[in-house]
Design a protein around this ligand. Structure first.
Ligand SMILES: [Zn+2]
Length: 173
């Protein structure tokens, strides 16, 4: 018997209605421009959104495929699909890369926030964040696809946060 956990890519993999119809295009490829900040945004998987959207937001949406993730810190849009824009209110986790997010989570798999990195920097002049994350990526492994709003690896966000915090605290980078 053939066994596959993959859902067919030709139909909606995360349909929220019972019909399972072809409600939208498969996973977005390439980039789209955010309707709010007009910067380029990358596509996200339906399963990322399925895991992170609040039940209320899911009830408003027909399908979770075809969304893009806006990573501009000052833009209130977190996800968009054509004219549909989703913000922090639609998410069950804090989008830590957005300005003013509390907590400012940057690594969702292993719980690193900008607050925690800042604490370490203030106490020790350095942070273990990247080392810790890299070690844990090997064991026990990460689940960015369903935990991180970006749907991907957090390392670049963590490096960026670390650099910004060091500058803020006047530490050499
Ligand atoms: Zn945007």
């Amino acid at each position: 018997m053939k066994f596959s956990q993959q859902t067919s890519e030709t139909s909606c993999s995360t349909s929220l209605n019972d019909k399972g119809d072809n409600c939208c295009k498969p996973q977005p490829k390439g980039k789209e421009y955010c309707p709010i900040c007009h910067k380029k945004a990358k596509g996200v998987l339906g399963k990322t959104l399925n895991s992170l959207f609040t039940p209320h937001s899911k009830s408003r949406l027909k399908c979770l495929d075809g969304f893009y993730y806006c990573k501009t810190p000052t833009c209130k849009a977190i996800y968009f699909k054509s004219d549909t824009v989703l913000t922090q209110n639609d998410l069950s986790v804090s989008a830590g890369i957005k300005k003013g997010a509390k907590p400012a989570t940057v690594c969702y798999c292993f719980g690193w926030t900008k607050e925690k990195i800042k604490d370490e920097l203030q106490q020790n002049g350095k942070t273990n964040a990247l080392k810790d994350i890299k070690a844990k990526m090997k064991n026990p492994g990460c689940s960015c696809e369903v935990l991180n709003p970006s749907g991907g690896c957090c390392l670049s966000d963590v490096s960026k946060a670390q650099k910004e915090l060091k500058e803020e605290l006047g530490l050499s980078t």
